[in-house]
Design a protein around this ligand. Structure first.
Ligand code: ARG
Length: 459
C-alpha cells in the first residue's frame, strides 16, 4: 500500500522503493505513531469527521496494534511499505477498511513524523536522565571510599599538585550535572507539539490543537506550521548534548586508562570489564574504557551529519530530513550504553591507595606549598616562586624530594625558612590547606559528598 497512488501511472521501481524506505529504522517510532494516531482520531472526532463510535473503533484497533508491536516490534520489518506511518495506517485499513481511511483527514506525514520523533526524543531524555543519575550515584560512592586517597593531580600530564581520588570523582560529577541540565533545557524547548500543522500551512479542519498537545503530553503547541514541519533543532540539540557528555566520558575513560597503565598503576579494573590478548598471556586490557573513548567519535559523526543535513535546506519539509533518524537513534543508544558501561566500571574499580600516595610524593607536587610558605613569611609571591624554582632545581640535581633537603640547604635560598617548613610540605597538609570553596581539602570534600547525597536521595 502506498499513501499517494492517485496521480501515478506506473508503480515505483523496486530499487527506488527500497531506496525511499525508512521502515527499517523508523519502526522504532511505532509506539509514538500509534499514540499520535489515537490523539488525532480524538481531534477529528471533535470536528465531526468521524463519529464517537468510529473513533472508539479506531482507538481500540490502535491499542491492539500497540500491544502487538510492543511484544514483537520485528513484525513490522517484514512489511515492504514506505515508512512507519504507512505501516500503522495499513494495519488499520486491514482491520477497519474504509473507516481507517478517514484517519488521515487534515493530517500529513510531515507533521506526523516530527510529532513521533519529538515524542521519542522526550521519552529518551527521561531514560537518559535516569542513567546519568545512576552514574552520578556511583561516582559519589567511589568518592566516599577514596576521600583519603591522595594522588597526583596533573596539568600538561605532569604532576602538578596533590589531589584526592575523591576530588577526581567529584570533578566528573560536576560534568554530569551540567550534562543533565543541558538535557533539561533541550527537553523544555522540544516540548512543543507540531501535530495539526498539516503538510506545511496548517489544516482547514477545526482542530483543537491545544487538546492534542494535552493528550500527547506536550506542554506547548507550535506557533508556525511552516517552522513546525521543517524544525529539527531538537535533534541537533540532543545529539550535541550527547556529544558534550560523550566528550566527558571520553576524558573519564582516558584518565582511567592512564591510571590503570603499568606506568601509573593507581587502579585496577575488574576482570569483568577488561579482556585479554590472544597472543600475550600477561595482558589485561581496558577495552571497556577504550571503547567509550572510541564511541565518542561516532556520536560526533552524527552531530556533524545532522548539522550538514539541515544546512541551507529550504523550508519546509524535504525528504532529506528522513536522514535525521539513524544518526539520532545511534547517538542516543551509544551515549546510553557508554553511561551504563562507565557505571559498571566504577562498581568494581580497585583504587591502589599506596601507589597513588607514592606517586603524589614524586614530581615536586608540593612546590606551590613551599612558595605559599614563603609568602606567609612576607616574601612577595613572584619572588617566592623564583626561590622555590631554584630549590626544586637543586633537589632535582640531588635526586631527592623537597622534604628530603636539610634545613641548611633551604636556608641557603632564604633565611626565613625554618624547621616548621617540613610540616607544611607533607601531602596531607597540601590537601588540607586547600580549603577554599571547590578546593580539595578533606573537609570540603566531605561536605560536597554530604550535599550531593542529599540531592540524590542517597542518605
Ligand atoms: N519517512 C518520512 C521521514 O522520515 C516521513 C515523512 C514523509 N513525508 C513526505 N512528504 N514524504 O521523514
Amino acid at each position: 500500500m502506498v499513501l499517494w497512488g492517485g496521480r501515478f501511472f506506473k508503480k515505483s521501481d523496486n530499487f527506488f522503493k527500497k531506496f525511499n524506505s525508512s521502515l527499517y529504522f523508523d519502526y522504532n517510532l511505532a509506539k509514538q505513531d500509534i499514540l499520535g494516531s489515537i490523539a488525532w482520531s480524538k481531534a477529528i472526532l471533535s470536528s465531526n469527521i468521524i463519529t464517537y463510535d468510529e473513533q472508539q473503533m479506531i482507538e481500540r484497533e490502535l491499542i491492539n496494534l500497540l500491544e502487538k508491536v510492543t511484544k514483537e516490534p520485528s513484525i513490522i520489518l517484514s512489511s515492504d511499505v514506505e515508512d512507519i506511518h504507512s505501516w500503522v495506517e495499513k494495519q488499520l485499513v486491514d482491520k477497519l477498511g474504509a473507516l481507517a481511511k478517514k484517519l488521515h483527514t487534515g493530517r500529513s506525514r510531515n507533521d506526523q513524523v516530527t510529532t513521533d520523533l519529538k515524542l521519542w526524543c522526550k521519552s529518551q531524555v527521561i531514560i537518559l536522565m535516569d542513567e546519568l543519575t545512576n552514574l552520578e550515584k556511583k561516582l559519589i560512592l567511589v568518592a566516599e571510599k577514596t576521600i583519603d586517597v591522595i594522588m597526583p593531580g596533573y596539568t600538561h600530564l605532569q604532576r602538578a599538585q596533590p589531589i584526592t581520588f575523591a576530588h577526581w570523582c567529584l570533578a566528573y560529577l560536576e560534568m554530569l550535572k551540567r550534562d543533565k541540565s543541558r538535557l533539561e533545557d533541550a527537553y523544555q524547548r522540544m516540548d512543543v507539539n507540531p501535530l495539526g500543522s498539516g503538510a506545511l500551512s496548517g489544516t482547514t479542519w477545526n482542530i483543537d490543537r491545544e487538546k492534542i498537545s494535552c493528550l500527547l503530553g506536550f506542554t506547548n503547541t507550535s506557533n508556525n506550521s511552516l517552522d513546525s514541519v521543517g524544525d529539527r533543532d531538537y535533534v541537533i540539540e540532543l545529539i550535541s548534548v550527547a556529544s558534550i557528555s560523550m566528550m566527558h566520558l571520553s576524558r573519564f575513560s582516558e584518565d582511567l586508562i592512564f591510571f590503570n597503565s603499568g606506568e601509573a598503576n593507581f587502579i585496577e579494573l575488574s576482570d569483568d570489564v577488561t579482556s585479554g590478548s590472544s597472543l600475550m598471556p600477561q595482558k589485561k586490557n581496558p577495552d571497556s574504557l577504550e571503547l567509550i573513548r572510541g564511541k565518542c567519535a561516532r556520536v560526533y559523526g552524527s552531530l556533524v551529519q545532522i548539522l550538514v543535513l539541515l544546512k541551507s535546506l529550504p523550508l519546509s519539509y524535504n525528504k532529506d530530513m528522513q536522514e535525521d533518524k539513524e544518526g539520532l537513534f545511534d547517538a542516543l543508544y551509544t551515549w546510553n550504553n557508554c553511561v551504563q558501561m562507565s557505571g559498571l566500571i566504577l562498581d568494581t574499580i580497585k583504587v591502589k591507595k599506596k601507589n597513588c600516595y607514592s606517586a603524589a610524593q614524586l614530581g615536586y607536587s608540593n612546590a606551590t606549598e613551599l612558595a605559599d610558605y614563603l609568602v606567609t613569611k612576607n616574601i612577595p609571591f613572584r619572588e617566592a616562586h623564583y626561590i622555590v624554582g631554584q630549590i626544586v632545581l637543586e633537589a632535582i640535581n640531588k635526586n631527592v624530594s623537597l622534604e628530603q633537603l636539610d634545613l641548611c640547604t633551604f636556608q641557603k635560598y632564604h633565611t626565613v625558612i625554618e624547621k616548621d617548613v617540613y610540616k607544611i610540605l607533607s601531602l596531607e597538609s597540601c590537601i588540607n590547606k586547600r580549603n577554599s570553596q571547590g578546593g580539595v581539602s578533606f573537609l570540603r570534600t566531605k561536605k560536597v559528598i554530604e550535599n550531593e547525597k542529599i540531592r540524590l536521595n542517597l542518605t
